[in-house]
Design a protein around this ligand. Structure first.
Ligand code: GLN
Length: 302
């Protein structure tokens, strides 16, 4: 596996200039487009790292997997009345579908869906931001994971579309908390900075039937691990989810910071970071890296 990773890394090491670094959150625009890292963590604890794997970056929408898995054990089937589990076929911040579907977002990984999940978490955790950080730190087995307040403040100040999504859901009665308060949590969660190494480790519970291999603790039930992986496969890349499934064949989740994490159930988690994005907001080099990885390794979920 190490040789495959080295080969893929050298294939794409010079491949920049294909996409565009996210700039609608101002501090993200300052990140060098040439950053490139790949990290693998198996459920047995084997680690492979290459490139800028020690450099923390903004995990953005990858945080939506953490918030969903944090909420999952605390709610029953009624959660699926507030948020769906179907691919949206729309951009991550689309407003159109939400209006004609009466304020029920298609899935928990588009922004509207993640806002609903955050709203529900805020009802359950009086100190949600601290609780989420603690949750992520325990999954990664490291304490040095933090919010980036510049990133969070910028998104909070400029995220009119996300606020519109929350207000629209509130108008349909599908949002309980104060929009400004819940949106602040959402921005903080998206601003978490992690390295690919930490991300790969933090996602191993999803490859391990919901158990954190670092300490043997149950994070979520095997049923919920199955479900969250399924939603990642069908919805993790918004209107590019079909293409990602076709090329990579694994459940995964992206973030506009250029990160992607994918899971091989029963085996490992792999995290890639490369900030240049395609028009769907997904990392160009990240997708190519993962497509080559599953092809060369000959293993995917299919
Ligand atoms: N914080 C970003 C937003 O809400 C996350 C988007 C993403 O990573 N796809 O727009």
């Amino acid at each position: 596996m190490e040789n495959i990773i080295k080969k893929i890394y050298s294939t794409y090491a010079e491949s920049t200039g294909i996409g565009k670094v996210a700039d609608y959150i101002a501090p993200l625009a300052k990140v060098s487009p040439s950053k490139y890292a790949i990290s693998i963590c198996t459920i047995e604890g084997q680690k492979i790292n290459i490139g800028d794997y020690n450099e923390p970056f903004s995990i953005q929408s990858i945080s939506k997997v953490f918030t969903l898995s944090m909420l999952a054990p605390l709610v029953g089937e009624e959660i699926w009345e507030s948020v769906g589990k179907e691919p949206s076929g729309s951009a991550f911040n689309s407003l159109v579908q939400l209006e004609y579907e009466k304020g029920i977002p298609r899935n928990p990984f588009i922004n509207a869906g993640a806002l609903v999940i955050t709203d529900k978490l805020a009802e359950k955790f009086p100190n949600l931001d601290a609780s989420l950080l603690q949750y992520v730190r325990e999954l990664a087995g490291e304490q040095n994971i933090h919010f980036n307040t510049d990133v969070a403040n910028d998104e909070y100040a400029t995220g009119e579309r996300n606020k519109a999504l929350a207000h629209m859901m509130k108008s349909f009665g599908n949002f309980k908390g104060k929009v400004s308060k819940v949106f602040r949590h959402y921005c903080n969660h998206c601003s978490i900075e992690m390295t690919t190494q930490q991300l790969a480790q933090a996602f191993t519970f999803l490859a391990n039937r919901g158990i954190n291999p670092l300490n043997g603790k149950t994070v979520i039930s095997p049923r919920d691990a199955k479900r969250i992986n399924s939603i990642m496969l069908t919805c993790g890349f918004y209107d590019e989810s079909g293409d990602f499934a076709y090329r990579v064949g694994l459940p995964g989740k992206n973030g506009v910071g250029g990160g992607i994490v994918a899971i091989i159930p029963g085996k490992l988690a792999i995290a890639v970071w490369s900030p240049e994005l395609n028009t769907h907001g997904n990392s160009c080099r990240g997708i190519s890296t993962l497509a080559d990885f599953t092809t060369e390794l000959g293993i995917s979920v299919f």
